[in-house]
Design a protein around this ligand. Sequence first.
Ligand SMILES: NC(=O)c1ccc[n+]([C@@H]2O[C@H](COP(=O)([O-])OP(=O)(O)OC[C@H]3O[C@@H](n4cnc5c(N)ncnc54)[C@H](O)[C@@H]3O)[C@@H](O)[C@H]2O)c1
Length: 361
Amino acid sequence: MATAPVVVKVDLPETPYEIVIQPGLLDQFSLPEGFAIRYPRAVFITDDHVGKLWLAKLKRRLKKTIAQVDSIVVPHGERAKSVEVANSIWQRLLTFNADRHTLIIALGGGVIGDLAGFVAATYMRGLDFVQVPTTLLAQVDSSVGGKVGVNLPQGKNLVGAFWQPKSVLIDPAVLSTLSDREYRAGLAEVIKYGVILDENFFTELEKNVIGLVARNVDVMQHVVARCCEIKGTIVVADERETSGRRALLNFGHTFGHALEQVTGYSKILHGEAVAIGMCSAMRLAVNLKMIDDDLKARVEDLLVILGLPTKFPKIPADQILAAMQNDKKKGAAGVQLVLPSKLGSGKLVPWPGDDAVKNVL
Ligand SMILES: NC(=O)c1ccc[n+]([C@@H]2O[C@H](COP(=O)([O-])OP(=O)(O)OC[C@H]3O[C@@H](n4cnc5c(N)ncnc54)[C@H](O)[C@@H]3O)[C@@H](O)[C@H]2O)c1
């Protein structure tokens, strides 16, 4: 591995862990120091796409240090994030004699991270687990912070836990096999961090468009590390989303989730919905005189250059509005929206009224 690792610490008081970001990390895969002694058994959980690419290689490497290494491969896609698939994994773990000393390794995108993390949180009242995220969305967002869970037919992420990984191992080089669409969708979450939490980072992204589009591993190592740092800091400040700080990460998400919901979670990827949601939130912030039009245009320009959508498809505004008002993150004060107050900072604002929201859909 030519490039040195970047290590980001998530300093949670009871469950601290390190995120290691290094191009080529999967080629030389090994667990952090001490893990091979702590865990005599390990089980990879992955999906069929990712499994084909790396599972055999990673198992071979891990078997050099861990006595028993097993694997469970589930079908790719959101539908695997279900109680039924979780149950099938619990059953397989029993056949492997997995016990409290078994380490779960989640190898894949956000679906696998959430599902394997949920299985780890629940099997025998909790096993340790490591995240090895392979999509951009998972590397910059879902693998950090400990939210794990599955969907119910009634909605997404309705059953789950806060269960922090013991380590997160990230290889930005694996992004090269990701489809263009999935990769771009991950970039929406990257831009989100800049707009709502870090002005300098946003400016860097603007300067690095060529490297971002080319998936340059050095650029991506830096970008992924900065996103993990930002998310890690927020998670340490507000692990369980109680103080409002972690809620800032929902910038663009109240609009985005509504769009995903009304389109049946099939036509629009999460990151695409977030890109559209961020643009609506920016338009609303302009209308509420919180930011000027130039900032909105600047963010839209970056999204467009990176191939992301900025406008809602033609869907009746009332449907979107109804879905927004059912947002599961609605608190006692009703639905709140995260809006930017200037580049790099934002705040939670009360629902500004149906007409104000309809105007920006
Ligand atoms: N826990 C959290 O904090 C959090 C945050 C955001 C999103 N999520 C969840 O993440 C999920 C979405 O995750 P996602 O966007 O990573 O989707 P995903 O896990 O479905 O992965 C997308 C597709 O890419 C494939 N893939 C993964 N890595 C690849 C690679 N390197 N090369 C080629 N193909 C690869 C997968 O097999 C899959 O087909 C949703 O369920 C969402 O709810 C969780």
